[in-house]
Write a protein that binds this ligand. Structure first.
Ligand code: FES
Ligand code: CO
Length: 339
């Protein structure tokens, strides 16, 4: 599936940038193949415009913010958050600016420390993150980085219990136990919930992460797919420590995603420092990134196209993700576009 060719994804919210990255001026981002510019308006709220000045097409992200408005760096035309040109420095104060001078604006809002963008009127809500700012939980902004893969590949990997003994053999995978644990899956209107218990290697260097002292520990995994491209993984260790990860696999184009990862923990900095948690998950996500970047990003969503990719039992969640995406395309009157 080529995500940029499926208009339905334009009508969903995508996490595009930490708000902290916008404090020092406008920034470019590419969402579903569209070049956009993000900036903070006069109320500190994020705004998103097409990254193209309507005068001579300069990238607006080369400009700067001026009292919550965006000024083009080429000839200084000034845009408001609706994309309208509200100031042309070369004009006198009494000269009116034509009403059609402007650039397209997109739906943009702040939530969970990020700017979220929908390229067209969104038809679903931003995924819920109930632990964000909740008492007893700390929030760690773990990763914001580009991967050369597609959201479908990243999603199926997130529910794949067969790769731990191989991809993660140097970290939490148990090489001697390649047989995957089975997921109990319950579908809901926004995706599905998948629950299982796995054995995970727990060497001394991971024992503050898990709160468990044994060399092998169990992870109770409550994993959820949230359409179209997000997932929530709640790992509970026998110690009672919970390690809750939210991923948004934001589509940049047909070969790249922006990995946005939040971590919520119910322990304290004294129990396990944030930097240790970042380093731990960085090591694991590096392993996934390495193998995912070797796969074909044009993942086949319609597996009825037999012989393109073959499957095994543990691919069931990934097949369900595909089936739900197919239903989403069908409801929008779209067929799968692929190379
Ligand atoms: Fe932007 Fe001229 S190109 S003001
Ligand atoms: Co993995």
């Amino acid at each position: 599936m080529l995500v940029t060719q499926q208009p339905v994804f334009r009508r969903h919210w995508h996490a595009v940038m930490p708000l902290a990255d916008l404090q020092d001026g406008p920034k470019p981002f590419t969402l579903l193949g569209e070049n956009i510019v993000l900036f903070l308006d006069e109320h500190g709220e994020p705004a998103a415009l097409k990254d193209r000045c309507c005068h001579r097409t300069a990238k607006l992200s080369k400009g700067w913010c001026k009292n919550g408005k965006l000024q083009c760096g080429y000839h200084g035309w000034v845009y408001n958050r609706s994309g309208r040109v509200i100031e042309i420095p070369q004009y006198g104060a009494d000269r009116e600016i034509p009403k059609d001078y402007g650039t397209p604006a997109y739906a943009c809002t702040a939530r969970y420390g990020y700017a979220w963008v929908a390229l067209e009127t969104p038809e679903a809500d931003i995924p819920e993150m109930p632990e964000f700012g909740a008492p007893g939980w700390r929030t760690i902004f773990q990763f914001y980085e580009t991967w050369n893969t597609s959201p479908v590949r990243a999603l199926e990997n997130s529910f794949d219990n067969s790769h731990f003994s191989f991809v993660h053999r140097a970290t939490f995978g148990v090489a001697a136990q390649p047989k995957p644990s089975k997921y109990d899956i319950v579908e809901n209107g926004q995706g599905f919930h998948a629950e299982t218990v796995i054995d995970a290697a727990n060497p001394a260097r991971f024992q503050r992460i898990s709160g468990v002292k044994d060399p092998i520990t169990q992870r109770h995994m409550r994993n959820a797919y949230m359409q179209p491209f997000s997932r929530r993984l709640d790992i509970e260790y026998p110690s009672g420590v919970r390690h809750v990860i939210i991923n948004c696999f934001t589509p940049i184009d047909d070969g790249r995603i922006q990995l946005c990862q939040w971590l919520f923990r119910n322990d304290t900095e004294a129990d396990c420092p944030a930097q240790m948690l970042i380093d731990f998950d960085a090591e694991i996500t590096r392993e996934d990134k390495e193998i995912l970047e070797s796969t074909d990003p044009d993942a086949v969503v319609d597996l009825r196209r037999r012989g393109v990719e073959f499957s095994m039992d543990s691919d069931r969640p990934g097949i369900l993700i595909r089936r739900q995406l197919m239903a989403m395309l069908a409801a929008a009157g779209e067929g799968e576009v692929h190379r």
